[in-house]
Design a protein around this ligand. Structure first.
Ligand code: HEC
Ligand code: HEC
Ligand code: HEC
Ligand code: HEC
Ligand code: HEC
Length: 410
């Protein structure tokens, strides 16, 4: 008997084709099963039922079905969150469970959904349509939903829902204050009051003693040294610990310990992590001008000091960290001691004349004088002269019963 040879496949390929066929059938089956397991259809049915119960069948017929998507071309976002969160713009479900609940009105009034989508504020994976993936609870997704539950796992001391404010600040970075971003507002006030810019460039200006912080939120997890950190090993936890006690994480750093409370350190960590390079179109950046400038009062105070007897300390930049109260110079940050009595204090603190201290400074001043304010030996002599004048003025005022110099901050 002769074998039939008109089969399109050589005999050897038949088992292969059979396997391929079986795999296809199983694959299709799995696909259909997993598609059924997507719970969004269930949420849509439930929501339609809720609407029917509350407003009648006619209204329920208006509930959209199928996959929903908000496409924001400017932000390159395709957010499908409303596939499940169908109640966002409906009235009457303010008390319903998630994902059916009506959205708080205020944020969407100033940020219409068609322009902002959902993920620009909340984070998460816009295009995903199952809950865990959409909420970004999956490996290698860098923008998890900044939710209340994540805030709880980060043990936030204040508002547990505050993490979202990191996203608010990608657009509101240059605001002095943003309504609704309480933690970020607190942190921005601390940056000004504590004078972080004495040592750090932030948004384009500041000192060069510490690293530029303008894009520090982009640091990858691998770039952090977690070896001295106990507990959670997240960038957030690292910054909280560092802000609370810089020396505990960065040995020998001259960054001062500002004795922040946990709530303050957490707010500052959110602010620091919000400082990222973001490709947000300029019209999405709220607040003008877009330079994070100093306030009119700050500039006026500086101008006034520049015309007074302490002008050298202002022009040279010492006032960024030091007050010289005998000469009417008030430092906004007061990171170092008042220099009115430095002539005396370097003796008692370091056992050095002020000349010797400035010639061979230690601690913070060694970094200041080598990286930020470079003085020639002649200019150092001027500095000594000015410090002596300040001390003489201080003594004169003390003799006259005027107390301008506060006790040194050490
Ligand atoms: C497949 C359905 C589904 C999709 C898609 C979905 N969610 Fe949810 N969402 C839920 C459910 C269910 C809950 C309540 C249970 C939970 O928190 O997991 C919820 C809860 C939430 C909460 C409250 C969380 C908390 O901790 O209090 C927020 C915020 C939220 N979703 C935002 C989003 C955003 C933003 C997207 C789009 C990126 C999205 N969701 C996409 C189903 C979904
Ligand atoms: C402008 C920013 C912004 C946009 C855009 C936005 N939200 Fe919200 N969302 C908020 C704020 C603010 C809250 C209130 C948080 C609070 O109460 O602390 C909130 C609350 C929520 C909650 C309740 C969370 C909770 O913990 O109770 C859900 C769910 C939610 N939003 C989903 C969405 C979805 C889905 C979209 C897109 C259709 C969206 N949001 C768009 C800012 C925004
Ligand atoms: C994608 C960018 C973006 C995000 C994210 C964003 N905003 Fe806005 N926001 C804007 C823009 C743009 C305006 C309009 C500003 C204007 O008209 O000057 C605005 C307006 C506002 C206003 C009204 C300001 C005013 O002066 O009337 C408030 C308050 C506000 N946002 C708070 C928030 C909060 C809180 C969040 C986070 C929950 C947030 N925004 C998230 C871009 C954003
Ligand atoms: C006297 C100078 C000085 C002042 C003032 C100062 N810092 Fe620092 N900061 C440093 C130095 C130096 C480093 C690098 C060593 C280290 O990590 O401590 C640093 C590091 C940091 C880092 C880590 C940067 C990175 O790349 O990981 C952050 C964040 C930071 N500072 C925030 C702040 C904030 C917020 C303030 C104000 C509350 C502040 N600093 C005030 C000197 C200063
Ligand atoms: C970035 C902040 C910063 C700047 C700018 C700065 N200092 Fe200091 N300075 C300090 C700190 C902090 C100390 C306290 C010693 C320490 O912590 O190492 C100090 C200490 C001193 C002391 C010793 C005073 C004492 O009472 O012990 C003198 C003198 C001094 N600085 C002079 C100057 C002069 C002059 C300038 C300007 C040319 C200047 N500093 C600029 C931060 C600064």
């Amino acid at each position: 008997m002769e074998k039939r040879t008109n089969s399109p496949f050589p005999a050897i390929d038949r088992p292969v084709m059979a396997v391929v066929g079986v795999v296809l059938v199983i694959g299709t089956g799995l696909f259909m099963w997993s598609d059924r397991a997507h719970d969004w259809r269930f949420y849509q049915m439930e929501f339609a039922q809720l609407v029917a119960d509350q407003f009648g069948a006619d209204k329920a017929a208006e509930v959209p079905t199928g996959m929903q998507q908000i496409w924001v071309a400017d932000l390159e976002r395709a957010d499908r969150c409303t596939t499940c969160h169908l109640g966002v713009l409906w009235k009457g479900f303010e008390k319903a469970e998630h994902p059916y609940r009506t959205h708080p009105e205020a944020p969407l009034k100033t940020h219409p959904l068609e322009k902002f989508g959902c993920t620009s504020c909340h984070g998460g994976q816009g295009w995903a349509i199952d809950t865990a993936a959409a909420h970004g609870q999956v490996a290698h997704w860098e923008e998890p939903l900044l939710s209340r539950s994540l805030g709880e796992s980060y043990t936030l001391a204040g508002d547990k829902n505050a993490l979202m404010q990191m996203n608010c600040n990608t657009c509101h970075r240059y605001d002095r204050e943003t309504n609704g971003a309480t933690a970020i507002n607190l942190a921005k006030r601390l940056v000004t009051d504590k004078g972080c810019r004495a040592c750090h460039v932030i948004n384009g200006y500041g000192g060069t003693i510490g690293p530029d912080l303008t894009e520090v939120g982009d640091k990858a997890p691998e770039q952090y040294d977690f070896s001295r950190l106990s507990g959670q090993r997240t960038a957030f936890a690292w910054h909280v610990a560092h802000l609370k006690d810089p020396r505990a994480l960065a040995e020998g750093t001259i960054m001062p310990n500002f004795n922040f409370t946990t709530e303050q350190a957490q707010a500052l960590s959110m602010l620091v992590l919000s400082w990222r390079r973001h490709d947000v179109p300029a019209r999405y950046l709220a607040g003008a001008p877009r330079t994070d400038p100093r306030s009119a009062e700050e500039l006026a105070a500086e101008e006034a000091m520049k015309t007074g007897p302490g002008r050298w300390f202002v022009d040279t930049g010492c006032f960024v960290c030091h007050s010289v109260s005998a000469l009417g110079v008030k430092s906004p940050a007061q990171i170092g001691p008042d220099l009115s009595t430095a002539v005396e204090d370097t003796q008692s603190r370091f056992g050095l004349t002020v000349d010797a201290f400035l010639a061979n400074p230690t601690g913070t001043m060694s970094v200041v004088l080598s990286r930020q304010i470079i003085l020639t030996p002649e200019q150092k002599q001027v500095a000594v002269q000015k410090l002596r004048e300040a001390f003489a003025e201080h003594q004169k005022q003390r003799a006259a019963g005027v107390t301008t110099a506060p006790a040194p901050s050490h």
